[in-house]
Structure formats: C-alpha cells, structure tokens
Design a protein around this ligand. Structure first.
Ligand code: NAD
Ligand code: MN
Length: 495
C-alpha cells in the first residue's frame, strides 16, 4: 500500500472529507506509485481560507525582519535536505538530478532573498507641497493569497510565490499541481519546521478544476498567483474579475533562439541543446524555435543532429541520463500529435519523432529528442506551445527577418541571440518582443533576484522574482502627517 500524504490546514495534517486519493506516479517507471494525495473539494479550500483569515490577524503584525528570519531558517533546512529533495523531485516528475538540484537551489536562493527583503520592503517618501507636513508611504500586506502552481518546477515555483507572499505578511493557501504534490508537501513541512505559525501556510491537494477554481472564486481570497497554461490563465483572469482579486499570471511561451552567421557556433549549439532539451523541453522558457541565418543553416543543422544523437535519454536518477522522461501519458500524446501535425504541414523531420519503448525505456514516458527543419512561420509547429522535446527550425535571410520571425508569435516570454556583432546584440535587446532576452546564452537560466515573466499572451504584466514580486504581494499605504497645527489645504492654500 503506497504512503498516504495529507493536506495541511489550520496547523493540522488531515485527509480530504471525500476519502478519495490521487496517485502520484514516477514518469520514468509508471508502475511506481510515489504516494497517494488527498482529492480535496470545495470544503477543504473553504476551511483553509477561514484558517488563513484567522491567522492573518496576527501574522500581519509580526515585524517583517522577524518573518524574514523564519524564511532564512527555511532556506537553511533546504540546504541540509537538498539531495533528498532533489531525488524525490526526480522521482515524481522525471527531470535529471542536476536539474532537480538546481530547482531546489532556486528555492534556497529565493528564501535567502526573501529573508533580506524583510529588512528592506522599501517604499517612497516625498516632500509635501505644504509647510510642516510630511508624506510617507508603506508596504502593507493584502490578506489571503491563493497560489496555484504547475508541475515543471515543483520547488522553485511554489517558493517564488509562497515566500514573498509570506514575507509581505499575507497568509497562504497553496494548491500544487497533482503531478508533483510531494515536493510541495516537503516545502510546507520545511516552513512549519522553520516556524511559520499555524494557519499562515495551508496546503490543499487536488484537481485544478475543483480546488484551484474554488480559490479563484472564493470571496475571501484577495490575491491569486497562477503559473500554468494560457488557456486556464485566461479563464482565471475572467473569473477573478467577479471579486476584483489581484491576479498574477505566468503562462505559455514559444521561445526562440536566433543564431546569426557571425556567431560562435559551438557556443550556440550548447545553448540550443540545453534550451530545447533540458527538462525534456517542458519549461515555459524552453527553446521551441531555432532561427538560423541562411549562411550557416545546413552546417548548424548537421552539428545539431550529430549532437542530439549523443544525448542519453533515461531515468533522471541515472547519472548517464541527460534528458529525462516526459511528465505523463497525456503530455506524450500532445507531443505525438504535434509530430503528426508537423509532418502533415510539410516540415522536414530530421531527427527523433517517436516514443522510446525499448529496454530501459519500456515502462516510462520517454520520447526521442526531435527536430523539424524548414519550418515556416504560418505552421502550427512554429506558433503553438508543445511543452515537450520538439524543436522547430526556420531559415532566415538576415537580422531583420530573424526579429520579424521571432515576433510573429502570440507569446513573449524568453528569447536569445547568438552574435558577435555588438550593434546587432543591442538591437535585439531593444526589438525582440519578450520579457527576457539572453545575449550569447540559452533561453533558460533565470536568477531569483531578477524579474521573471513575459509580454503578450505570456502573462498579464506582473513579474515573479526580484523586487517586483514584493510589490505584487503588498498594498501601498500613503500617509500624510500635518504638524502645522492648522488646517492646510492641498492644491488651494499655495495658489
Ligand atoms: P496547467 O495550466 O494544466 O495547470 C497549472 C495549475 O493550474 C495546476 O496546479 C492545475 O491543477 C491548476 N488548474 C487547472 N485547471 C484549473 C482551473 N480551472 N482553475 C484553477 N486552477 C486550475 O499547466 P501545467 O500542465 O501544470 O503546466 C504547463 C503549462 O504551464 C505550460 O503552458 C507552461 O508554459 C506553463 N508554465 C509557465 C511558466 C511561466 O512562468 N510562464 C512556468 C512554468 C510553466
Ligand atoms: Mn508525479
């Protein structure tokens, strides 16, 4: 009988009232059940929100440096348990150990950044237009944050949301993806051990349509932060309008790497292999399109195919594996359907294009790293997010066409250009429509103290990471202090 894990509500670990469970399986060995997690309903969300509301009364009054010290301790515990956390994460979602260690490290970095922010939370003061009067502003908590996370960064993304929300003095209800509930459980255990009080952090497992949706519709939730698909993000934004919640959406991408004819081609090759096939292509910032200058097109494709044939696909716990499995069966089906679409559209399949089902791969969701060449901007392969190990390559005649192709896309998360021409590099920084641009680096590699997010249909203008996320999780209180001892009228007495 696999282990049963529980929700954490109002300081207690408990099962869902339904008595039903979701299985968490290992995508590298789908017979292995990692654990059973409660299939919660509206009832559990309502209970968690009520607990969060009660706990908020005292949490909002804890000095921010003291809240920061708790998060520092959480970071220290993650450092101690980094290897175990990484191993459990690889088992529950597949990516290779080097990457799951990186995912935990992102959580640690975010905790330490939050701890320091506890002694900052800066706001502005400005002069008053009147004598003997002062103008100040403060960052205040908002209330209850409902946080809904995807499965591809099981520690980093819950930390990006939970830790700033807590530091700012909000209480939290976290709904992790049902493919990765174990890492979220570990995070909550760590926060409890570090000293986050009862009711301030709550964990409710279950499906998005029920648990996630109730958080969005709940009249007493003040803030929603969601990372996931654009389709669900749009529905959330519309629903949250009914209660005027503040909403942060981090959604899909169709990121491109541009390689100009003057680039260091070996460097560009390392970049695209890491960008397109790291996390088996299942990153919001994955390199999904490669735009090659015509002068190096054939040469670069040969280099790419040669290198892909050396990429070992396998269980992420095996140190030989460079690419892990795809997360689940439905994601394999999506990848297969796009391979069919690509062929039907007339793109040229040059490597991969099939599931791996031999020996070491036979009881997992493995897919061969896949490249389509001669992809045209009008093709679905060029336009739609696949979220798997499929790279679409297009030929461009010059820099301007590379920028035009790049921008011909509804998404705008990450982008990359490889060139040794400094003028082109700066034009790319100015003209690529994306929230993030890398020069001579892959499309992936965010650092926790810099803003993260995209333009166009990748989001709704908010950023995670860095200083903007602390603005998202707080309200500004403006304060006027008049010490003149008389009525002073702004806009009137001076004019
Ligand atoms: P998903 O949209 O299916 O699910 C994300 C989360 O939303 C899960 O916890 C899910 O249970 C929940 N959910 C589902 N339906 C819901 C509903 N109706 N109401 C409320 N919550 C609901 O996405 P996924 O498959 O877990 O992740 C892949 C997607 O996430 C890709 O599109 C990817 O680009 C995107 N992503 C974006 C970023 C980013 O920062 N831009 C980062 C990682 C992933
Ligand atoms: Mn899983």
């Amino acid at each position: 009988m696999p282990q049963q894990y529980l929700n954490y509500i109002d300081g207690e670990w408990k099962p869902a009232a339904s008595g039903s469970w979701n299985e968490n399986r290992n995508p590298a060995h789908w017979n292995e059940i990692i654990g059973l997690f409660p299939k919660s309903g509206v009832e559990e969300v309502d209970e968690a929100v009520a607990a969060a509301r009660e706990a908020y009364k005292s949490w909002r009054l804890v000095p921010a440096p003291e809240r920061g010290a708790i998060l520092k301790k959480a970071g220290d515990i993650m450092v101690e348990r980094k290897e175990d956390l990484a191993r459990d994460m690889t088992r529950e979602m597949g990516k290779v150990l080097a990457e799951t260690r990186g995912d935990v490290q992102e959580g640690i970095d975010t905790a330490y950044y939050a701890a320091v922010e506890g002694r900052r939370l800066f706001s502005h003061t400005a002069p008053s237009e009147l004598r003997n009067k002062m103008n100040l502003s403060f960052r205040m908590p908002i209330g209850i944050a409902g946080l809904i996370t995807p499965w591809n960064f099981p520690m980093a993304i819950p930390c990006w949301k939970t830790l700033p929300a807590l530091l700012c003095g909000n209480s939290v209800v976290l709904k992790p993806a049902s493919d990765t509930p174990l890492t979220a459980t570990h995070l909550v255990e760590i926060l409890i051990e570090a000293g986050v009080p009862k009711g301030v952090i709550n964990l409710v497992h279950g499906g998005g349509g029920v648990v996630g949706n109730r958080l969005v519709e709940h009249p007493d939730v003040d803030v929603i932060s969601f990372t996931g698909s654009s389709e669900i993000g749009k529905a959330i934004n519309a629903k949250a309008g009914a209660t005027l919640k503040r909403v942060s959406l981090e959604l899909g991408g169709k990121n491109a790497q541009i390689v100009m004819e003057d680039a260091d081609l070996e460097l560009a090759l390392d970049g695209v292999l890491w960008g397109a096939f790291g996390t088996t292509g299942q990153r919001c910032t994955a390199t999904s399109r490669l735009l090659l200058h015509q002068a190096i097109y054939d040469q670069f494709l040969d280099m790419l195919v040669g290198a892909i044939k050396c990429l070992t696909v396998g269980d992420g716990l095996d140190p030989k594996s460079k690419v892990g499995p795809v997360v689940n069966k439905s994601q394999i089906e999506t990848v297969e359907s796009y391979v069919k679409i690509g062929k039907a559209e007339g793109a040229r399949l040059i490597v991969g294009g099939h599931q791996l089902t031999d020996g070491a791969h036979k009881d997992g969701w493995f897919y061969a790293p896949t490249v389509f060449a001669d992809v045209q901007p009008k093709m679905r392969l060029f336009q739609e997010e696949i979220f798997g190990p499929v790279l679409s390559v297009a030929k461009v005649k010059d820099f301007d066409q590379a920028v035009a192709y790049h921008n011909d896309c509804i998404y705008g998360l990450s982008s990359s250009i490889y060139t040794r021409d400094v003028n082109r590099a700066f034009r790319a920084v100015r003209d690529l429509e994306a929230g993030i641009t890398y020069v001579n680096g892959a499309t992936i590699g965010a650092e926790c103290h810099m803003p993260f997010g995209g333009v166009k249909q990748t989001g709704n203008g908010h950023r995670e990471g860095g200083w903007p996320v602390y603005e998202f999780y707080s309200e500004i209180k403006t304060v006027y202090i008049d010490f003149s001892g008389k009525l002073q009228r702004a806009q009137i007495d001076n004019y």
